[in-house]
Design a protein around this ligand. Structure first.
Ligand SMILES: NC(=O)c1ccc[n+]([C@@H]2O[C@H](COP(=O)([O-])OP(=O)(O)OC[C@H]3O[C@@H](n4cnc5c(N)ncnc54)[C@H](O)[C@@H]3O)[C@@H](O)[C@H]2O)c1
Length: 330
C-alpha cells in the first residue's frame, strides 16, 4: 500500500481536533480518504478549525469512553483504518486527574480495540499513539523496543497500559495493530501552551521571560520530533501493516538525539530575535523522567522511516506559523 491507495479509503481518527490528530486528518483528506472523526471538544483556534477540516470530514460528537458509540461509528462508516490518538495527553493534567486519565487513555483504547476486533470484516488496521514515556527512567539510553516498559506516573502508566493492550489484541485476536512510541512532538497547531515549545514562543512574542524547569538531579533532555515526520511515521506504519515484523509491533519514532530544554529555548530566542529576554530558571516539582532518547533503528529497517527534520528546521517553521497564523487570529 502507498499514498495513492488512500483515495476513498474509509478512515476513523480519534483525537482529530488535537495537535497531532489535526495534521493526520489534513494529510488524509489531501490523499482523498473518506475521513470520519470523533469530537469530544473543538476550539475555534485549534489547527483543526483553522484549516477548516470540520467541513471535510464526517463528524460524530461524543466521548471515547462510550464503547457503543465507537462501535456505531465503525459499523455505520464501514471503517477500514483507525488512527487512535484521543487521550489526556498532558503529564501535569494527568497527574491532577488520574481517574479521568485512566478512563480515557486505557478504557478509551480498549473500546477502540474491542470494537475493531468485532468488525475485522472491514477494519484492516488500527494505529495507536503511544509514547517514549512508557520506558520511564532508564540508565540505558537510547531506548530500544525490547526494553521493559516501566512508566511510573499516571500519564506514563496509562500509556504503558494502552501500548500493551494494543499489542495484546494482535497476539490474542490477530487484530492488525501497530503502535508508535513517539518522542516530544512539536510544530504548527499545538495549542497546549504549557508545553515547552508553544509556551516559549508565546512568552517571547509577548515580551515575557520563558521558563526553564530543571530537576534537582540534572537537566531535562528530550528527543524532539517535528510534526511532519510524525505524519510520515503514521503513514509508513499503515502502508506496511500487512508485513511480518510490522503488524503487532511497537516502533520508536525519534531522532536519536536528546536535546536539553535550555538549548531549545535559546534556539527559539535566536529565531525570534529575542536573545535579550532572560529566561527564568525554576526547580521542577514534578517527578518526571530525566533524559529521553529513542533509537529509531527498527522503524528505519522495517518500514523505511527516519526523521527528515532537524530541530533548527522544524523550529523555524513552527515559529513562522505561530507568528503569521496563530497570533494574527486574535
Ligand atoms: N504531543 C506529543 O508530544 C506526544 C508525544 C507522544 C505521544 N503523544 C500521544 O499522541 C496523541 C495525540 O497527542 P496530542 O499532542 O495531539 O494531544 P492533544 O491534547 O492536542 O489532543 C488530544 C485529543 O484527544 C481528544 N480527547 C481527549 N479526551 C477525549 C475523550 N474523553 N473522548 C474523545 N476525545 C478525547 C481531545 O479532544 C483532542 O482532540 C496522544 O495519544 C498522546 O498521548 C503525543
Amino acid at each position: 500500500m502507498n499514498s495513492k491507495d488512500m483515495k476513498n479509503k474509509r478512515v476513523f481518527i480519534t483525537g482529530a481536533t488535537g495537535f497531532v490528530g489535526a495534521h493526520i486528518t489534513k494529510h488524509l483528506i489531501e490523499l482523498g480518504a473518506n475521513v470520519t472523526v470523533l469530537i469530544e471538544r473543538c476550539d475555534s483556534t485549534s489547527y483543526f478549525s483553522i484549516c477548516g477540516l470540520d467541513k471535510k470530514v464526517n463528524v460524530y460528537y461524543g466521548d471515547i469512553s462510550n464503547g457503543a458509540l465507537i462501535e456505531q461509528i465503525i459499523v455505520e462508516q464501514k471503517i477500514e483504518f483507525i488512527f487512535h490518538l484521543a487521550a489526556v495527553a498532558l503529564q501535569d493534567l494527568a497527574y491532577k486527574m488520574p481517574k479521568v486519565t485512566f478512563q480515557v487513555n486505557i478504557v478509551g483504547t480498549y473500546n477502540i480495540l474491542d470494537a475493531a476486533r468485532l468488525h475485522m470484516d472491514t477494519v484492516k488496521a488500527v494505529l495507536v499513539a503511544s509514547s517514549d514515556k512508557v520506558y520511564g527512567d532508564s540508565d540505558v539510553l537510547p531506548y530500544n523496543e525490547s526494553m521493559i516498559l516501566q512508566g511510573s506516573n499516571p500519564y506514563d502508566v496509562s500509556k504503558v497500559c494502552q501500548d500493551m493492550l494494543a499489542r495484546s489484541f494482535y497476539h490474542s485476536y490477530k487484530l492488525p495493530v501497530a503502535v508508535g512510541r513517539f518522542g516530544n512532538i512539536y510544530g504548527p497547531g499545538d495549542n497546549n501552551f504549557n508545553r515547552l515549545i508553544p509556551g516559549t514562543v508565546q512568552k517571547l512574542e509577548n515580551g515575557e521571560s520563558p521558563v526553564i524547569r530543571h530537576p534537582a538531579n540534572g537537566v531535562f533532555k528530550r528527543d524532539f520530533l517535528y510534526i511532519k515526520d510524525i505524519v510520515n511515521a503514521y503513514m509508513y506504519m499503515l502502508y506496511n501493516i500487512e508485513k511480518e515484523g510490522v503488524v503487532g509491533n511497537a516502533f520508536n519514532f525519534g531522532t536519536g538525539i536528546a536535546t536539553d530544554i535550555e538549548t531549545i529555548v535559546n534556539k527559539i530566542k535566536a529565531i525570534m530575535n529575542c536573545e535579550n529576554i532572560e529566561s527564568v530558571i525554576q526547580q521542577s516539582d514534578v517527578n518526571e523522567i530525566l533524559i529521553q532518547q529513542l533509537d529509531p533503528t527498527k522503524a528505519f529497517e522495517r518500514i523505511g522511516w527516519k526523521a527528515e527534520y532537524s530541530v533548527d528546521m522544524g523550529l523555524a517553521e513552527t515559529v513562522d506559523w505561530y507568528r503569521n497564523v496563530y497570533f494574527k487570529l486574535s
